[in-house]
Design a protein around this ligand. Sequence first.
Ligand code: ZN
Length: 503
Amino acid sequence: MEHVFDELKRSLMEVQDLRIAAGLMSWDQQTMMPPRGAATRAEHLATLSRLAHERFIAPRIGDLLERLTSYEASLPPESDDASLIRVARRDYEKQCKVPAELAEEQARAASQARVAWIEARRNADFAIFLPYLERNVELLLEYAACFPEHADPYDALLDDYESGLTATEVETVFNRLKEVQPALVAHVTAHQDAVDDAVFWGHFPAEQQRTLSIAIIEHFGFDPEGWRLDIAPHPFASKTSTTDIRLTTRYNESHLAESLFAGMHECGHGLYEAGVSPTLERTLLSRGCSLSLHESQSRLWENLVGRSRPFWTFALPIVRSVFPDQFGAVDEETVYRAANKMHPSLIRVEADELTYNLHIILRFELEREMIHGRLALRDLPEAWNAKMEQYLGLTPPDDAHGVLQDIHWSGGGFGYFPTYALGNLISVQIWDRLQDDLPDLTEQMSRGEFAPLRTWLGERLHQHGRKFTPRETLQKVAGGPLDPEPYLRYLTAKVQSLYGPIR
Ligand code: ZN
C-alpha cells in the first residue's frame, strides 16, 4: 500500500507547488511588481490556479484516495499520513462538487466586480457597484446549492473559511457580544478624555519605523535568515515554506501606531505558518488550520502582548532609542495608555479592540439577510447606516466610508468576516489557558523574552497545521469550544482600568 500512498503524496505535493507558485506571484504583485505588469500577471495567476485545480480533482487522485481507505484506517488518526489522506479526501470531495464553469464564472464576475468596486468607492457611489454585487450574490447562491448537505446556504459559504462552523453558532456568540459591547462603547464615548494617544502622532520617517518594527518582532521570532518584511498597501503575511515567511506592512509617517501594531499582527500570522511541523512541508497540511485560528494568533501578538503593560516595559527603551526626540521624556504609563486608546470609528480596519467586533457583527447580519433574500441589495446602504448608528452611534458621511469600504464582497467573499471576530475571542481563550503553564510570562515579556510563549503556542497549535478540524484544533489549544466570556471579561476589565469604573 505504501507505493500507492507515495504516489498520492507526490501528486499532492506537485499541486501544492503550483499553489505556492501562484501565492508567490500574488505576493510579488502586491509588493514588487511594476504597475504595468498587472495585465499579464492576471493571466499567469489564472493559469497556475487552473492547473492546480485540474490536477487536484483529477480522477487519478480520487482513485488513489479510494484505494487508501483501509491503509488510512490502519494508521493512528493523529499521524501525518492518516491526516494527509483524511484532509485530502475532504478537500477533494468538496472541490469535485463545484462545476468548473461555475468556478470560472465566479472568478470572472469577481474580477469585474473588483474593478467596479474601486470606481464606486472612488466616487462614493453605491449604484456603480450594485449590479456587480447582485451578480456575485446570484453566483454565491448557485455555489451554495452545490452543497445540499447544508440546510442554510450561508453555512456552505462559511464552511470555506471555517470548516464545520454554522451561522446559528455564530449568531449565538454574536448575540452575547451585543449584550455587553455596546454599553462599553457608550462608556468609552462618554469618557474620551481619559486616554490620550498624542505620543503616537507626529513625524516618523518610514525607514526608522521599519528599524523599530524589526527590532521588536525579532524578539517575537522574526528570523532575518528565513523571513522578509516588505511594504504593501494592505498588510498581509504569506509563506512559500516554513523557512520562507513573507510579512508586509505600511508606514504612515504621521502615525507611528499603524506600522507598529500591523508589524506585530502580521508577525503573529507568520509565527503560525513558520511553526507548522517541518514533516508536513509541501503538503496541503502545511498551513494554519482555519481563518479564525489564524486571526487568534495575529491578535494574540498584537493585542494580548503588544497592548499589555509588561510589553511596554520592554519596548519603550527600544522606541526611545529609535525616536529619542519624540519618546525621550515619555513614561511607560503614558505610552501604555496611548496604545490602548479606544473610540468608535467608521472604518473597520482602523477599529480598536473594543469596537472591532461590532463592525463584524454588522457585516455578518447584513450578509445573512442578503443570502436569504430578506434584504434587497439596493437597500444595502441604508441598512448599513442604520446598523452603524445602532451599534456605534455613528452615521457614515457617504458610502465610501460606509458600505463600500471593504474589498471582500467585490470578490464574492461572503462568510469571511465572522472569522475576524472569532479570532479575537479565541485569542483570549488561549491567553487564559496558557497562564497556568507560563506563570512567569509577565516578567518574561517585560524582559523581551518571548521564546517560552512561542514554544507553548508551537506545541499546542502551530505544529499541527491543518491536520485536525478547526473544532478539534481549538479544543487542543484552548481546552474547550468557542466561548465569548473570556473576551468579554478581558474587555470589560480593560475598559474600566483605562476609562474608569462603570456604575
Ligand atoms: Zn490578520
